[in-house]
Write a protein that binds this ligand. Structure first.
Ligand SMILES: Cc1cc2nc3c(=O)[nH]c(=O)nc-3n(C[C@H](O)[C@H](O)[C@H](O)COP(=O)(O)OP(=O)(O)OC[C@H]3O[C@@H](n4cnc5c(N)ncnc54)[C@H](O)[C@@H]3O)c2cc1C
Length: 482
């Protein structure tokens, strides 16, 4: 228990209101995952205490958060559909049907994400989406939502969390039947589990050498888009990369990925206006023309880190569960972190349906199913970093995409990207295994000039055969490991 000090008072709180008989649930973090989780559990009738460290993003100046947008796709859509709110989200979205690749010579080509109608991703503002979920949560009387309340520690044995409430400058304790840590990559709950020796907690955190900085392309004077609206724009340049996603107000949020250090072009090297300007002039000349505020934004916006977090177990004695980024933070290169966090809620809900009331069973079965998928999206996201920055403009990769698009038009074929992004009925792990086998087979055929004279049907049969051989091999080697 925290000691009182001269400036802060400790208050023991029983914030759940009238006892309605159901389990009392505390959710730490009202970000994307915590808000959806609160909404779903409130719909199920639980008494929810939802506590967020930051102030209410709907009431503060949202200009800072407004520009930050995310790619929202089928796994996230599935979860928001379950909670009955997806139709309210679509009006906030801008469809992106493919990647618009910008070469260093300022030439562009659009590489579609899929050949099937309706398979596209959406650009959505993080602030607007989070705000919408909070509005929905607040409609429930069985939810108590508090902002400016950061969790400072969790007593795992007694299921009590301590918060510092900035509204009253005092510490508070909340005791609950179940505590969810939806408090993101820096999770307090995860730290507590790490420190509890009895748990034998496994934990890994791997940073990329690259960081990121957010910049922008403003709208035209009449509020239009300065470049093609319905695409995720990419300027792939090997060691570094620029991407841009559209916003409803006609602007684009631009993200620069660059090594932190040890490179001619790195965040530490680009330390004068002149260097920044020369770098963009040389590497991203067409983007530079659209970015009148580049220097200001570059100097003022922070550099973020990019890392993958894996850990296990995610739960303790059926009393606590890590969920979303708190359990599995991933780098952003598959556009899946939020989608995976929303899908967590969907999968958890399935096990609540099966074993309602038995939290130990719910959490064990949930982790058993979800962990391998979370690990897979962590790995896929790192792989996609290399694909996006190096390969998308490489001729072999381009040929592979052309063939895959042809396959998708004619046959029941899903590229790895399509399986990860649009096959919400398939786990990430399965999508990764099949997708990697497809990629390996196709890339080998292209690199070894085995395509000449083949009809598309023959090529498809060859790929199917190659994929099933690889998957059979994998099965055998898995059996030998066990
Ligand atoms: C640059 C970048 C681009 C991205 N692009 C995409 C994308 O295109 N598509 C996609 O699907 N994902 C994307 N992601 C990933 C996505 O942002 C995360 O996966 C998602 O936000 C996870 O949601 P969460 O609710 O688990 O965590 P968070 O969004 O981090 O929310 C955690 C919440 O908990 C609160 N909190 C933290 N500590 C405490 C505490 N001690 N007490 C109380 N509250 C606390 C935080 O204030 C926050 O509100 C991107 C990430 C980055 C960094």
């Amino acid at each position: 228990m925290k000691k009182e000090n001269s400036n802060t008072k400790m208050k023991k709180v029983f914030p759940f209101g009238e006892d309605l008989g159901g389990a009392k649930i505390l959710i730490i973090g009202a970000g994307l995952c915590g808000s959806l989780l609160a909404l779903r559990l409130a719909q199920r009738g639980y008494q929810i205490e939802l506590r967020e460290e930051r102030s209410d993003l709907r009431k503060t100046d949202i200009s800072a958060g407004k520009s930050i947008n995310l790619a929202f796709s089928d796994r996230g859509i599935k979860a928001l559909k379950m909670a009955g709110v997806v139709d309210k989200v679509f009006p906030l979205c801008i469809p992106m049907t493919g990647r618009m690749i910008h070469s260093i010579e300022s030439e562009t080509f659009l590489s579609p994400y899929s050949a099937r109608d309706g398979e596209y991703i959406n650009s959505v503002s993080r602030g607007q989406l989070n705000g919408l979920l909070l509005d929905e949560v607040e409609k429930f009387d069985n939810v108590n939502l508090q902002f400016n309340c950061g969790c400072t520690s969790v007593d795992l044995e007694n299921n009590t969390a301590t918060f510092f409430d900035k509204n009253y400058n005092q510490e508070e304790m909340v005791t609950a039947d179940v505590i969810f840590g939806a408090d993101g990559a820096g999770s307090i709950l995860r730290k507590e589990m790490f420190l509890q020796r009895e748990i034998l907690f496994s934990y890994s955190q791997q940073f990329l050498e690259h960081g990121y900085k957010e910049l922008s392309i403003p709208p035209t004077e009449s509020g239009g888009f300065k470049t093609y609206k319905n695409a995720l724009h990419i300027w792939p340049r090997g060691e570094y990369m620029l991407i841009a996603l559209p916003n409803l107000d006609g602007s684009f949020t631009v993200t620069l990925f660059l090594p932190h250090n040890n490179s001619v072009y790195s965040f530490s090297e680009l330390n004068t206006d002149e260097k920044v300007s020369n770098f963009f002039q040389k590497q991203f000349p067409d983007a530079l023309e659209l970015m009148p505020n580049l220097i200001d934004e570059f100097q003022n916006n922070p550099v973020g880190n990019l890392g993958t977090i894996k850990c296990s177990p995610w739960s303790y004695k059926g009393k606590t569960l890590l969920i979303g980024d708190a359990a599995h933070a991933v780098v952003p290169f598959y556009g899946q972190g939020m989608n995976a966090s929303f899908e967590d809620v969907f999968v958890l809900d399935k096990f609540i349906d099966r074993h309602e009331g038995d939290w130990s069973k719910i959490f064990d079965e949930y982790e058993k199913e979800r962990k391998r998928d979370a690990d897979a999206i962590g790995d896929l996201a790192v792989e996609n970093f290399y694909e996006m920055r190096d390969h998308v403009s490489n001729p072999i990769f381009k040929k592979k995409r052309e063939i895959e698009i042809e396959f998708e038009k004619r046959f029941s074929y899903y590229s790895k990207y399509s399986m990860v992004t649009f096959r919400e009925d398939m786990g990430y792990d399965e999508a990764m295994r099949i997708g990697n086998a497809q990629d390996k087979t196709l890339l080998n055929l292209i690199a070894n000039n085995k395509l000449e004279g083949l009809e598309i049907e023959e090529l498809f049969e060859l790929v199917k055969k190659g994929v099933s051989e690889i998957l059979d091999d994998d099965k055998v080697s898995k059996m030998m490991q066990h």
